[in-house]
Design a protein. Structure first.
Length: 94
């Protein structure tokens, strides 16, 4: 799955009950001039939020890869939040 994420609103990448499974995540900063700060977390009803990344900075034209994880979309929703209204990140889930 691929996403072009922009802005500073929390965005759902997939919902609990979707059955999607992610084992690795690539985050690429595609903004022309600024670093981006990323929050990446899962949430389960009645249990709460669990952060994979909290206020993690990714430099201009750089990427961050998370490997050997397992996000179970049958139970958890996956969310991303960027720091600025003009922030831009490409996300690849495998």
């Amino acid at each position: 799955m691929n996403f072009n994420v922009t802005g500073n609103s929390t965005q759902e990448l997939f919902a609990a009950g979707s059955g999607i499974t992610a084992e690795s995540i690539w985050l690429s900063n595609v903004h022309a001039t600024d670093a981006v700060t990323v929050d990446l977390f899962v949430e389960k009803k009645l249990t709460g939020k669990f952060y994979y990344l909290k206020s993690k900075s990714i430099a201009v034209s750089s990427f961050l890869q998370l490997e050997n994880i397992l996000i179970d979309g049958s139970q958890f929703s996956l969310y991303i939040k960027l720091n600025n209204s003009d922030s831009a990140v490409d996300v690849i889930l495998k």
